[in-house]
Write a protein that binds this ligand. Structure first.
Ligand code: 4NP
Length: 151
């Protein structure tokens, strides 16, 4: 099973979601059956490493992170079993891809699985380290529920 996390820039929310998810999957020894990637609907940061605040937040929470930003592509619709949009704007970005309607069942808002949700995973780019930690906690509890649902 392959899971794709999608945000706007692919340097804050979605690489953190990918790292937290992969950390949990490895702890469960499921890394040979479940894998993850992330991307952005925008092209602004292609090729870049995650934002330094994303890396620091992962480190602060004991999660390894490595990613190089890439943009969402129509082939992602066939390559992945789940595509998780961090917010409504990203969801619309995925749904605008050619062929998206026939893959609609795989395209979801991340916080559909949040016990405190639903809603958007707020964009922390113009925020502080506190906002990044808030995003981490949201992803952490949400991914636990999602993993429980696919295990
Ligand atoms: P992300 O955050 O979508 O969580 O990676 C952002 C990163 C960059 C920009 C916006 C959001 N930007 O406008 O450059």
């Amino acid at each position: 099973m392959k899971v794709l996390f999608v945000c706007l820039g692919n340097i804050c929310r979605s690489p953190l979601a990918e790292a937290v998810f992969t950390h949990k999957i490895q702890k469960l020894n499921l890394q040979f059956t479940i894998s993850a990637d992330s991307c952005g609907t925008g092209a602004y940061h292609i090729g870049e490493q995650p934002d330094p605040r994303t890396i620091k937040t992962a480190e602060n929470n004991g999660v390894a992170i490595w990613h190089q930003a890439r943009q969402l592509s129509p082939t992602d619709l066939t390559d992945f079993d789940y595509l998780f949009a961090m917010d409504e704007q990203n969801l619309n970005g995925i749904l605008r891809l050619a062929g998206a309607t026939q893959h609609k069942h795989k395209i979801k808002l991340m916080r559909e699985f949040d016990p405190h949700g639903p809603g958007d995973v707020p964009d922390p780019y113009y925020g502080t380290m506190h906002d990044f930690q808030h995003v981490f906690q949201m992803l952490d509890r949400t991914l636990d529920v999602f993993i429980e649902s696919i295990k």
